[in-house]
Design a protein around this ligand. Structure first.
Ligand code: PLP
Length: 474
């Protein structure tokens, strides 16, 4: 494509992008397609001859868009957000244009030095103590894997990378029964085995890991000759947003020599708010921490901020040095390829730099405070309702609720009713919520975190849930 042709199409696409952002709220949130619908519209074989960009764009609109679930929709209340924002999108356009591969300092000094600077901005924004060093990972799962691998190496005297795992005593990872599956996945990939992940029981009211249960499990494993190696604590676990007591857990981890990691993938963003900083009490005993600006900080996926207290341990765990990756500056500079599993890395710091400068920390705080305030008001509505009940305490902007009509108390019947309600709400397309299990019972999750959401969107979505629920009862 000639440059002038690119310029023309780029202008057209930017116009389309602005229109999309302005009108995405008019689309169904969840793609109303059936499995295979989109694949049927895509030719099974690649085109031999070049095709004009106008035709490709037209097909994007007619054949692709109907199969897109709109994560940037103002009534997207499912999962956790993967929110974006105009400044972040502008930065992504520049990142794509530069096409820089930032594996070494030398392959993009600005990419590396900006990553160091903006992750330190984030560290200050969320109140992590000095002494934590940041790196941008592709995902929280990647950061958790790095934590488990580092823990494994530390626990085996840095021998496993050399000799493999065969023959030694089992190496154990501790986390709560609320934890995201990324921890089990990390343990599997690290060769520790799922059987060596302890899902420690949580308090039935708060869903926080019970410290005494953690200690008891560690002691049991030690007595059986196993090697307790890693703790993954939660700030904002996926289901009900469980917050572990870092102070209590960190003391136990330190006493038993565990590598201690915090998974704050979603809730970490809320630490930019002074009123939630108390959640970090005890962080000084932890070795690493992750949160995803790509969830709730207006920054496009992927952008996971991973902080480690001892980069040398992470580097020792992951570093490889073939001749073709040596550089003149090695040793004097940071080569982030040694801080993550993939070798290649995009210039992800740029979008953070755009977002933080464009909103200012104050602007970001204002958005998150609004989301939390709207969730508080929705919580009050559910508490006052005759027909609905909360299934767990609200955490920040996350709620779990269910429909419970008067006179219906059979747990199985309530599960089935709520599963039908959720399906009907999501098929309707006006809003999008996700399911959960709380203490074994079906619950519906409602999280507020979209960049473009207004309070009217929350109230309209709730009104739609109520209407659909009334329809089910009739
Ligand atoms: N941890 C928590 C608490 C999460 O909610 C999620 C995903 O939603 C993850 C980890 C995994 O995140 P990622 O997709 O960045 O690997």
């Amino acid at each position: 494509m000639e440059i002038e042709e690119f310029r023309k199409h780029a202008h057209d696409i930017v116009d389309w992008m602005a229109d999309y952002m302005a009108t995405v709220g008019e689309r169904p949130v969840r793609a109303p397609t059936r499995p295979g619908d989109i694949a049927d519209r895509l030719p099974p074989a690649p085109p031999e001859a070049p095709e004009p960009m106008s035709a490709i764009l037209e097909d994007f609109k007619t054949d692709v868009l109907p199969g897109v679930t709109h994560w940037q929709h103002p009534r997207f209340f499912a999962y956790f957000p993967a929110n974006s924002s105009p400044p972040s999108v502008l930065a992504e356009m520049l990142t794509a244009t530069l096409g820089a591969q930032c594996m070494l300092w030398q392959t993009s000094p600005a990419g590396t030095e900006m990553e160091t600077r903006v992750t330190d901005w984030l560290r200050q924004m969320i109140g992590l103590p000095a002494g934590f060093h940041g790196v941008i990972q592709d995902s929280a799962s990647g950061a958790i894997l790095c934590a488990i691998l580092t823990a494994r190496e530390r626990a085996t005297g840095w021998r496993t990378n050399e000799a493999g795992l065969s023959g030694g005593p089992p190496i154990v990872v501790y986390t709560s029964d609320q934890t995201h599956s990324a921890t089990e996945k990390g343990a599997k990939i690290a060769g520790l085995g799922r059987e060596n992940v302890r899902l420690i029981e949580t308090d039935p009211e708060t869903f926080a890991m019970r410290p005494e249960a953690l200690e008891a499990a560690i002691l049991r494993d030690k007595a059986a000759g196993r090697v307790p190696a890693c703790l993954v604590a939660n700030l904002g676990a996926t289901g009900v947003g469980a917050m572990d007591d870092l102070d209590a857990l960190g003391r136990i981890a330190a006493a038993h020599g565990l590598f201690a990691h915090v998974d704050a993938a979603w809730a970490g963003a809320a630490l930019i708010l002074e009123e939630h900083r108390h959640l970090l009490r005890g962080i000084e005993r932890f070795d690493s921490f992750v949160f995803n600006p790509h969830k709730w900080l207006m920054t496009n996926f992927d952008c996971s901020a991973h902080f480690v207290r001892a980069p040398e341990d992470l580097i020792r765990t992951l570093s490889i040095m073939p001749a073709f990756l040596r550089s003149r500056e090695g040793g004097e500079v940071i080569d982030y390829r040694d801080w993550s599993v993939p070798l290649g890395r995009r210039f992800r710091a740029l979008k953070l730099w755009f977002v933080i400068r464009s909103y200012g920390v104050e602007g970001l705080r204002a958005i998150l405070r609004r989301h939390i305030a709207w969730a508080e008001r929705l919580e009050a509505r559910i508490q006052a309702s005759q027909d609905f009940e909360l299934m767990a305490p609200r955490r920040l902007s996350l709620l779990n609720f269910r429909l419970r009509p008067a006179g219906l108390s059979d747990p199985e019947a309530l599960d089935a009713l709520n599963a039908r309600l959720l399906e009907a709400v999501n098929d309707d397309g006006f809003t999008y919520l996700t399911q959960n299990r709380v203490a074994g019972r079906f619950a519906i999750r409602f999280q507020i975190g979209q960049t473009r959401t207004r309070e009217e969107d929350v109230t309209a979505a709730w009104a739609r849930v109520e209407t659909i629920a009334r329809g089910l009862a009739d």
